[in-house]
Write a protein that binds this ligand. Structure first.
Ligand SMILES: Cc1cc2nc3c(=O)[nH]c(=O)nc-3n(C[C@H](O)[C@H](O)[C@H](O)COP(=O)(O)O)c2cc1C
Length: 224
């Protein structure tokens, strides 16, 4: 079996919004898929270890902010590489509430859905939630694809994402998206962002420079 074929599946980029008791929380996912149209149903796959998984099982209600290409990579870092267990993710991110009180991002989105969980299936590592779309809004912007996030923003996915590929695994990118041979080799230990040399040599970056994806300092980069 050539599991590299799975890397050719296409996805979008989303922020799930929900509540943990009184607190708003959520996480980045790339696994929202429309499963039916009448009624409109979507599926989303969320890792058992994510706080968001427990919240969806408990509260059943959630929002989906559909990220656009204008989305801030720092927001993806906050929602995709930190847990709501120790980070108040919505505290610093402009958002509005749907009629059910679910948080949706105000910027960097080209639409949102408000959903209620109808059913769920526990897989080995993830729960696949099936949810009915209660409300939705389409906004301006080009939807960000998972491929755009990797190719243009040069972001990575953490182990909790179902599409995670360990760094040691042989990643074969199509020729058109392969990194140039001279690509920088300083890699973020937290989110695997590869510094591309845009701001000069890595060693010369100022001490207050932070990873554009997950926000950690220079000291958490390793040379590979
Ligand atoms: C690009 C990207 C895609 C991701 N896709 C998923 C996904 O589909 N399902 C999932 O469970 N986690 C996914 N994650 C990981 C979660 O966002 C991450 O584990 C988050 O820290 C969980 O936060 P929580 O503990 O507050 O729920 C993704 C992260 C990134 C950056």
């Amino acid at each position: 079996m050539n599991t590299l074929a799975l890397q050719n599946l296409s996805y979008g980029m989303y922020v799930i919004g929900t509540t943990d008791g009184e607190k708003l929380t959520g996480c980045v996912v790339n696994t929202v898929v429309q499963a039916a149209s009448a009624p409109a149903l979507v599926t989303v796959s969320v890792n058992h270890k994510n706080l968001t998984n427990q919240c969806l099982k408990k509260h059943k209600l959630f929002s989906v902010s559909i990220l656009s290409e204008a989305a801030d990579s720092g927001v993806i870092g906050t929602f995709g590489f930190h847990s709501g267990r120790d980070t108040d993710k919505f505290a610093t991110v402009p958002h509005s509430l749907t009629t059910s009180g679910m948080p949706v991002l105000n910027t960097g989105t080209c639409g949102w859905l408000e959903c209620r969980v109808r059913d769920s299936f526990d897989l080995e590592t993830h729960t696949m939630f099936i949810a009915e779309v209660l409300d939705a809004e389409r906004l301006d912007g080009v939807p960000m694809t998972y491929s755009y996030y990797h190719r243009v923003i040069k972001g990575a996915s953490p182990a909790n994402a179902p599409t995670y590929v360990p760094q040691s695994a042989p990643v074969e990118l199509p020729v058109s998206v392969a990194a140039p041979a001279s690509a920088a080799t300083w890699v973020c230990d937290v989110c695997e962002y590869v510094y591309d040399g845009e701001d000069g040599p890595f060693e010369s970056l100022p001490d207050d420079w932070v990873c554009p994806i997950c926000g950690v300092s220079k000291s958490q980069f390793s040379q590979k």
